[in-house]
Design a protein around this ligand. Structure first.
Ligand code: ADP
Ligand code: MG
Length: 724
């Protein structure tokens, strides 16, 4: 098809499609977790002894007896087969942001040739996917490629139902033969453990008696775009890169703010409901959905869960989104910046830590004692962000997220903490010595009595902060929409563990020397704020004053690109953080650096190649066709003695020439391969390749606004964003 015929065809397909009805949905209690082998189902299926054992493993992290695993495997198999499953799969979470699975049948045959099913405890516990082609960051040589998956009993197994049948999915870790983590789950579990151990120390020093294991919690808000598949499939850039590499701004974008929280288009509502029903069956508590800021952009947020389960559920949610979009004729885009000039998509990772006895330690609470715990835990976060801001930036670094961070729509690439006015004041007063203990060991607050216990900051949101306290949790807002939440959770748990260890050390020394508990807490917080208070910032994170002040006066790092941020995986302080807490060894950390940098470079180079290809084979030929039309018309008109305006032809010719000149430069830049090291290669991507891609795009987008609509082959922004 040439000219705009495929665009017109796409529009025609969309406008004439039969509407999918809302259909009937079953009540929540009829579908909730029907496809999950959760504790409730285990209680029904297992002996009391086996049930108690697995419950203890799930809730307290105790090791599971192989005999019990055998019993659970049998029950799991029976349940899955009764629901139509013929296959099982250990699903794991490699260092990419995707998931991986290898499917095995339950089937074996007996000597008489009869098909029977088998699923033993050892099959449940351990699978061996080999997986030599998963990124391992040089940990495994391919000749010793064995990596294996191991069942994570703390994340429930579930059934994945697709048109191709039903599969029992077993959430798993993925480790190398030598025991190194090759995935995102192992470090997350280890970071929880490290955080728990450090938190126990602090709570014990605070005189807490019964301290159950602490876990981190996560609720991740997911933003996404929906584009009709007829458009998406007609654009090579959306198909391969998940974002538009070309496209002139439409006359109407998001300037009217009429999309945010607006009425959800009917077709999208049907899609959302379909998704939510599936998520409920999978035991994922989808809670809110709404339109986002940009046209065609939406959000879903679940109710928060234990971080490890939330991370698995988040991946599963993205899978369900993608698969269901197909069914509804959409493509679901998780890219952080699919369309230039309008808002991109993030994933706000809400995070807190707590247990069943002390509750949420990031909730100020109602009593002075709860407040002291809170001040320590929240202070630990402040210290962590100050010491490890660059790490937090590094764990959200990706080629996609770079397009979003630092633009005036998304949190800046400088990591600071927003506490809200009242809480910031309290820390400041403690730092300035204005808060003293009262007779009962609580806090005498010199004019702050109305604030302690602190009332919640209702809805007080600083949307310009990358890391904001929101009343009973922190919200890491700079995470990219396509990213796994595990990296950010690992970084937050680990920096918290480190800070809590530091706090425990300080508290212990002070308490040992006879300082009262409240005094000791206040002294620790004062020291902490003196050293790390620079990370606290309540102002406008988008402003140029902040960018200057953060770097010049406060010594914070501004790391605008992944090329600037990813090298922090090799930083000595970061190495020490991960090895001292036992979360990642130096080898494991280095492998992550290798994988993430490789992904960054591969993404930029793939996009650059696509820019070259589209400019040369789609856009330039269109410009030539238009020029030929203009030239023919002009010649005929001149022959008739009518002079035509030549400025359009001149502009088109000049832009096409300039575009091709830039394409040549980009091709040369892509061909360069002689770099001192990976860091230099990344800088080349960020500093040379990406700017050339933008230069080409600028010419192409001008061409789009000059060339006859009848000839333009690529779906336009207005069509992709507004036709649903
Ligand atoms: P907003 O858009 O105002 O930030 P949402 O309701 O869309 O709020 O999302 C807030 C997310 O934070 C939800 O996933 C919610 O379950 C989660 N959340 C609430 N409390 C906690 C907590 N204590 N720990 C972790 N996540 C939490
Ligand atoms: Mg939010």
């Amino acid at each position: 098809m040439s000219g705009n015929s495929n665009r017109l065809q796409a529009i025609d397909n969309i406008t004439n499609q039969a509407p999918m009805g809302l259909g009937t949905t079953k009540p929540l209690d009829k579908i909730w977790a029907t496809d999950v082998f959760n504790l409730a189902k285990m209680e029904d299926a297992l002996s009391k002894k086996a049930y108690k054992a697995i419950k203890k493993t799930i809730q307290k992290g105790t090791a599971l007896d192989p005999d019990i695993a055998e019993v659970i495997a049998a029950a799991m198999k029976e349940w899955a087969i009764s629901k139509g499953a013929k296959f099982f799969s250990h699903i794991f979470y490699p260092m990419t942001n995707a998931t991986a699975e290898k499917h095995d049948g339950f089937i074996i045959t007996d000597p008489s040739g009869k098909a029977i099913t088998e699923f033993t405890g050892s099959l449940l516990i351990k699978g061996e996917p080999d997986g030599s082609s998963f990124p391992n960051g040089d940990i495994r040589q391919t000749n010793a490629a064995r990596g294996y998956t191991a069942w994570d009993p703390t994340s429930p197994a579930y059934l994945m139902q697709t048109d191709n049948g039903t599969t029992l999915m077993i959430p798993s870790v993925f480790i190398s033969w030598t025991g190194e983590a090759l995935d995102k789950k192992v470090p997350l579990l280890r970071s929880n453990k490290a955080m728990n151990e450090a938190a126990q120390k602090v709570l014990a020093l605070m005189g807490e008696k019964k301290i159950t294991p602490l876990n981190s919690s996560c609720g991740a808000e997911q933003e996404y775009f929906l584009v009709d598949e007829n458009f998406a499939n007609s654009r090579p850039d959306l198909l391969l890169a998940g974002r538009t590499l070309f496209g002139a701004a439409p006359a109407k974008g998001q300037q009217f703010d009429d999309h945010y929280f607006g009425a959800i288009p009917a077709r999208v509502q049907v899609y959302m409901q379909d998704i939510e029903d599936q998520l409920y069956r999978l035991g994922i508590p989808a809670k809110t959905h709404h339109n986002e800021v940009a046209p065609g952009q939406f959000e879903l947020a679940p109710y928060f869960e234990a971080a490890n389960v939330a991370a698995d559920h988040q991946q599963l949610t993205m899978t369900v989104f993608k698969l269901t979009a197909k069914k509804h004729g959409f493509v679901c885009l998780f890219h952080e910046k699919p369309f230039a000039g309008i808002n991109g998509s993030g994933k706000h990772v809400n995070w807190s830590v707590g247990n069943s006895t002390q509750g949420n330690l990031l909730d100020p609470g109602d009593t002075p004692r709860e407040n002291l715990n809170f001040l320590l835990f929240c202070g630990a976060v402040i210290r962590g962000v100050h010491l490890f801001g660059p790490l937090l930036r590094a764990v959200i670094a990706s080629a996609g997220n770079d397009h979003r961070l630092g633009a005036n729509e998304a949190p800046p690439a400088i990591l600071s903490v927003y506490l809200g006015e009242q809480l910031e004041q309290i820390y400041k007063d403690i730092q300035d010595g204005k808060v003293t203990p009262d007779a009962d060991g609580g806090l005498m607050d010199l004019g702050l009595s109305q604030i302690i216990p602190f009332p919640r900051d209702p809805g007080d949101r600083n949307r310009t902060s990358p890391f904001a306290f929101t009343g009973n949790r922190f919200e890491f807002r700079a995470v990219g929409s396509a990213q796994s939440v595990s990296g950010p959770l690992v970084a937050m748990n680990t920096m918290l563990a480190d800070s809590l260890n530091w706090i425990a050390g300080q508290l212990e020394t002070k308490l040992d020397s006879g300082t009262s508990q409240t005094d000791a807490v206040l002294e620790v917080i004062k020291d902490l704020m003196d050293a790390h208070g620079n990370a606290v910032f309540g102002g406008d994170g988008y402003s140029s004053e902040w960018h200057k002040m953060a770097v010049d006066e406060r010594g914070l790092k501004n790391l605008p690109t992944s090329a600037d941020a990813l090298p922090y995986f090799k930083d000595d302080a970061v190495k020490a953080l991960f090895s001292s807490t036992g979360v990642l060894s130096e080898t494991e950390l280095e492998s992550r650096y290798n994988v993430y940098t490789e992904q960054y470079i591969a993404t930029v180079e793939m996009e650059a190649n696509l820019v070259v290809e589209m400019a040369k084979t789609t856009i330039y030929p269109t410009a030539m066709t238009y020029l030929a039309e203009l030239a023919t018309t002009n010649a005929s008109m001149s022959a008739m003695g009518i002079d035509m305006d030549k400025s359009v032809a001149e502009t088109v010719a000049a832009e096409a020439n300039a575009m091709i000149a830039a394409v040549d430069k980009l091709s040369a830049a892509i061909a360069m391969h002689d770099f001192d090291d990976t860091d230099a290669h990344m800088q080349h991507c960020a500093g040379n390749i990406l700017p050339l891609m933008l230069e080409i795009r600028a010419h192409a987008d001008t061409l789009e606004t000059e060339i006859s609509d009848e000839l333009w082959p690529l779906a336009k922004y207005r069509e992709m964003l507004f036709i649903k």
